[in-house]
Design a protein around this ligand. Sequence first.
Ligand code: PMP
Length: 339
Amino acid sequence: MRIKGEVLEFPSYRVVEGDYRIRLDKNESPYDLPDRVKEEIFEELRGLSFNRYPDIVSMPAREAIADFYDVSPENIAVGNGGDELIGYLVRLFEGKYVVVTPPTFGMYSFYAKLEGIPIVEVPLREDFTIDGDAIADKAKNARAVFIASPNNPTGNLQPEEEIIKVLDTGTAVVLDEAYAEFAGKSLWRLIEEYPNLIVLRTFSKAFSLAGVRAGYLLADGEIVDALYHIKSPFSVGIMTMAAVKVVLRHYDLVERRVAEIIEERERIRRVFREFTYPSDANFLLMRLNAYEFLLEKGIVVRKLSGRLDGHIRVTVGRKWENRELVEALREYLEVEGCG
Ligand code: PMP
């Protein structure tokens, strides 16, 4: 027996576990759902049969999401987190390889590697924008191109005209908009114009449901149908679907919290402007080698490597957490003699 090395490099093994005071490492919402909203979910669950498998094509959740966007459920697919859908999207299309744009979200490459699919990298430009022409050049033989906007871990939205250049190749483009609510901008409506566009979204960030595991995509009906032909039948359970239905009724709450997170994000950025990149998401990329220093203070952030060696990615937390973060980083700068 020989175990595949790649499989053992699953990113979660690198996640810091333990009882840290302040966790700003996973780009979650710092706000749990209020009890009254949880009660509504419990109420929804009370009427469901726990002994039966969930709807095989997740119709209850797809209908709720379709109503929210005013599209057909045929344009929506739901997964056990956006991650599950990424796993299908690397496999769904014919072609030689997948195209990714590092530094970006690691799960595109993770699933491609797991499937033995070659990866072609078209690095982001100096300012972290995508190079539409360079990607288009590689797109011809690709199964799919993965573009995150806002990008993780750099935080920036990608220019629409560059995305269009890639869409015009006709190759499948997965536009990962996991953080779109914090950017106030989404290109999902382009699915009507581009049958090769797949817009990926998640309930894990702005909707406070990271623990529930719910992600979805908007795309042409043909893509959605094909995806349901390769999808794990019952990966989206009744509890997940109930939570999705209920949180969509409370979008006003989501919007209020998004506004608070944006306000805090900009406040932190103003303090460390020199070291912090602009962000359209719920996290900040900082050119500070402060990972270990912060960990000592009980604050966990994400340590970056490669091209972003010496940088950290910091999720915007609650006000008190951000205050402590700012205080700790000020101290770091003093110790380092940069303050
Ligand atoms: N895309 C990006 C860019 C992300 O950062 C994340 C979460 N870290 C996801 C997709 C997937 O999130 P989930 O599986 O929780 O829906």
